[in-house]
Write a protein that binds this ligand. Structure first.
Ligand code: DGP
Length: 125
């Protein structure tokens, strides 16, 4: 079944400028801003500007330009935070999807977490 995108989600409102955000980086295809409830000293969300629910929706439906622009934004945020492996102490990217992924906001977002040791990848359920 095709994904249906609800343009009333909180990140759609941020993209429209209806809700303020703490922007870290922006290009034609993506916006990166600080998570309101940070779980690490650096916790940035990178979202595409297009209406995509989750990563597989984006990967299957977005244009090449959108995919490049979004991916480059993740790279730029890593540079801005100074966390890239050749310059910093590293980071983790997470993209939650659906019920089992415990996705709260149904607009694709990649979390970039950094600034402390982040532990193992998954807690036991
Ligand atoms: P997820 O569970 O992957 O869907 O994470 C959603 C994240 O969005 C969560 O870490 C908190 C963050 N968040 C929720 N509402 C807002 C908001 O209004 N502004 C910002 N900056 N972040 C938000």
């Amino acid at each position: 079944m095709a994904y249906s995108y609800d343009d009333q989600n909180i990140f759609a409102k941020i993209l429209r400028g209806d809700i303020p955000n703490n922007t870290v980086f922006e290009n034609d295809y993506a916006l990166a801003f600080r998570d309101l409830y940070p779980q690490a000293p650096d916790h940035v969300l990178v979202i595409p500007k297009g209406p995509y629910v989750c990563y597989d929706h984006f990967a299957n439906a977005a244009s090449d330009a959108e995919i490049v622009g979004f991916t480059r934004a993740i790279g730029e945020v890593c540079k801005i935070l100074g966390v890239a492996d050749d310059a910093g102490d590293g980071y983790r990217t997470i993209a939650n999807s659906g019920e089992h992924g415990v996705q709260e906001v149904e607009h694709l977002h990649v979390h970039i977490l950094a600034g402390r040791p982040l532990g193992r990848m998954l807690a036991k359920a």
